[in-house]
Design a protein around this ligand. Structure first.
Ligand SMILES: Cc1ncc(COP(=O)(O)O)c(C=O)c1O
Length: 500
């Protein structure tokens, strides 16, 4: 009844990173038996509790999908609308009934796994890591955090991050430690500083780094290859697991106003591509390149981690629904790798146009106020708008008595003003997300002495360029107007008053 795969000796043994709960989690005994029949179809099985497949009230599923025959298929798809060329992919009844719609293996359908493994090999040159299908990145990350994080463990993450994931891990006792980021993502020297100066009175040194390397949500930053190499070296030195959450990998752009945007620009090397030790757990999703409602993605890890993930899956969600797994398999088979590549490159051009459209509006409606600015995102779906809050007439420094243990609070009222600005945007008819929503939840008082407090650096708003041009065209003028009014309509500081 061996359910734990035997790891090939390709990678370093990193099982000491597993949470104690993982080591006591029993296997699902029924799944152990069912797996025997799944893996040995010649055996007579009276084991499974599957309803008989002839009783599934579904004969065939046809998916009508975009054709990827031309060079820029997304543009054709969008511009021709209902008359755009399509291909019809049919899930054969046998596959549908015997695999996709039946109970299956916790790792996912064999065909879907083959498909995503092809993507891993083609884009990340990672033939020895193994794939596990998931219900998208949110599901994947919470599961990975669960198998790596024990109560009281410390994990590292970008100081502004995709908040729901750390919050999920907090609930089972993981404590978060922020790493300083800039427009280029995590600053490797800052990461090393946290690890090298770790105060063991706080507990064990952090052993997991959660990061979004491309088009980071919310800041839009993308790690350069140089930084990725540095971070991987730090991970080796301090024995970290890197959880690489990369839903925007395929959405990477040329600089604005590039004469002839290149569909052929290579995709950068991921952490997975650099992973000789097996210390990267990569998380991919079909949400941003197909559709989020598919709820489908995959985890790529060394086999020892996969074995424990599957145990967890077998005792919780089970494998993802068969429909999206079948669709993605058919799509990748129908389009082929070359067709998939054309689709994602063409998608990248589409989002690049949207980014440039929003940047143009931002320039015209907001930047001209002199009250906000942006760095151009190289990837993803977001503009991270820096509000020059220090120009606000009520901006002020606050005096603080030094707090205990050399920690200190915010030095300005930036956070309060940003909250007021957010409310003014809402009143003006614009929903935009303030930076505070993305603050990594950290232990009370965790601020490095001498560093600028995070509240004093939370003067940002996140705006998406994934929506329609109409929405963007409506939103930026509101932001410009609200900013002008917000910065004007306030009692002036006494020192700003004209002298008489
Ligand atoms: C950084 C990041 N991780 C994970 C997710 C969740 O993705 P999924 O739809 O695959 O669960 C998102 C979605 O916006 C995201 O931006």
């Amino acid at each position: 009844m061996g359910s734990i795969a035997v790891e090939e000796p390709k990678f370093v043994d990193l099982t000491h990173h597993l949470a104690p709960e993982v080591l006591v989690r029993k296997t699902n005994p029924l799944k152990d038996i069912i797996r025997i029949s799944l893996e040995n179809p010649h055996l007579v099985s009276l084991a499974n509790g599957d309803p008989h497949h002839s009783l599934y009230p579904i004969r065939r599923v046809n998916y009508e999908v975009a054709s990827v025959a031309d060079e820029d298929p997304v543009s054709t798809w969008r511009s021709l609308g209902a008359s755009a060329p399509t291909e019809t992919l049919t899930a054969p009844q046998d596959t549908l009934h015997k695999a996709s719609l039946a109970y299956g293996h916790g790792a996912g359908l064999a065909d879907a796994l083959r498909t995503v493994t092809e993507l891993n090999v083609a884009y990340h040159h990672a033939p020895h890591h193994v794939a596990t299908m998931t219900l998208g990145n949110a599901d994947a990350i919470t599961k990975v955090f669960r198998i790596l994080g024990a109560h009281g463990d410390h994990f590292l993450a970008d100081e502004f991050t995709f908040g729901p994931m750390p919050i999920a891990a907090e609930a089972h006792g993981v404590k978060w430690v922020p790493v300083r980021i800039d427009a280029g993502g995590i600053i490797p020297e800052e990461l090393e500083k946290v690890l090298a100066h770790w105060d063991y009175k706080r507990g064990k040194r952090p052993h997991v780094l959660y990061t979004v390397p491309c088009g980071q949500n919310p800041t839009g930053s993308t790690l350069s290859l140089e930084r990725r190499n540095q971070i991987y070296d730090i991970a080796k030195k301090y024995d970290l697991i890197i959880v690489e959450d990369d839903p925007y990998y395929f959405l990477q752009y040329d600089p604005p106003n590039t004469e002839a945007p290149s569909t052929q620009k290579p995709f950068p090397l991921s952490f997975l591509s650099l992973d000789v030790d097996g210390r990267v757990v990569r998380i991919d999703s079909f949400s941003k390149i197909m559709a989020p409602g598919l709820r489908l993605g995959w985890i790529t890890s060394q086999p020892a981690f996969q074995a424990h993930l599957i145990r967890y899956i077998d005792l919780s969600t089970q494998h993802p629904s068969g429909f999206p797994q079948a669709l993605v398999t058919l799509l990748l088979e129908g389009w082929g790798l070359a067709g998939f590549d054309r689709w994602v490159r063409s998608l990248r051009l589409d989002y690049q146009r949207r980014r440039d459209f929003l940047l143009g509006l931002f320039e015209r409606e907001v930047a001209r106020t002199g009250l906000a600015s942006v760095d151009v995102p190289e990837a993803g779906m977001f503009l991270w708008i820096r509000v020059h809050i220090e120009k606000h007439p009520r901006f002020r420094r606050v005096e603080h008595a030094p707090e205990e243990k050399g920690m200190r609070g915010p030095q300005t009222n930036a956070r309060q003003l940003m909250q007021e600005l957010f409310e003014a945007c809402l009143k003006g008819g614009l929903v935009i997300v303030p930076a505070t929503v993305f603050l990594l939840p950290t232990e009370e008082g965790y601020e490095e002495a001498g560093a600028v407090h995070i509240d004093d650096r939370s003067n940002f708003l996140r705006a998406t360029f994934a929506g329609s041009e109409e929405t963007m065209a409506a939103g930026m003028p509101i932001l410009g107007k609200v900013l002008r009014e917000f910065f004007a309509d306030a009692p002036k500081k006494p020192e700003d008053a004209p002298s008489t």
